[in-house]
Design a binder for this molecule. Structure first.
Ligand code: ATP
Ligand code: MG
Length: 203
């Protein structure tokens, strides 16, 4: 890890999109695993813009989700965080994320990393032709989500099994609301940030 651009070819830039409410070790292991398997030079985490709601709940403020993502990735020289989706405002569409990142990184090949479940949905959109011209897509799976290519177009998509980490943001939020610990499910700095900002208390 931490290697510079490879001597042959373009810079390989991973793009990890997510709500990150909060970011947890499942996200970090997924990014690390894909970076290793695909020889990525860097992975940029891109917290989503503020949606009206996600599955009938209010999503934490964009600045809190952004800062937790920074705290979680600060020690890894290969990881960075982008504000593009947050600063654009409104709900995030992957095609906008990738168009903007292309423009900012004309020298790089983009690898969009997301859950295999989310990927199947993203690629049914009518812009999927354009999506494939912008990035290679990598679907990661976690325990309980079986690795299946049902609904995924052939070519342009890879599936990667992430070492078993049955962690979800939903579960982390529920634990905080109940007063259960989230130590070791999320990075230490994120535990302290949740506490400092009193996130997820009234859920
Ligand atoms: P929520 O429970 O609120 O849906 P989440 O844990 O799925 O949150 P997101 O921010 O939605 O977190 O995740 C961003 C991406 O990371 C998604 O595409 C998701 O499928 C993937 N992901 C989440 N948790 C894991 C995990 N433990 N292992 C691998 N991938 C994961
Ligand atoms: Mg999710």
């Amino acid at each position: 890890r931490g290697s510079g651009p490879r001597s042959s070819g373009k810079r390989r830039l991973g793009v990890m999109g997510g709500t990150f409410d909060p970011i947890h070790h499942g996200h970090l292991v997924a990014a690390s695993e894909v970076a290793a398997q695909f020889h990525l030079d860097e992975v940029v985490f891109v917290p989503t813009g503020q949606p009206w709601q996600k599955s009938h709940r209010t999503v934490s403020a964009a600045e809190d989700r952004y800062l937790m993502t920074v705290v979680a990735t600060v020690e890894n020289p290969q990881f960075s965080v982008s504000r593009i989706d947050i600063d654009r405002g409104g709900p995030t569409y992957t095609v906008d994320t990738l168009r903007d990142l292309r423009e900012l990184n004309p020298d790089a090949d983009l690898f969009f990393i997301t859950g295999a479940d989310a990927l199947a949905q993203i690629l049914t959109w009518r812009d999927s032709e354009e999506l494939f011209s912008l990035a290679h897509f990598i679907g990661v799976t976690r325990p309980g989500h079986t690795l299946t290519d049902a609904g995924l177009p052939k070519g342009g998509v890879s599936l990667v099994e992430v070492p078993a980490l049955a962690i979800s943001s939903t579960d982390c939020r529920a634990r905080v609301a109940k007063g259960d610990p989230v130590w070791y499910l999320v990075p230490d700095g994120v535990v302290r940030y949740i506490d400092k900002r009193q996130l997820y208390r009234g859920e």
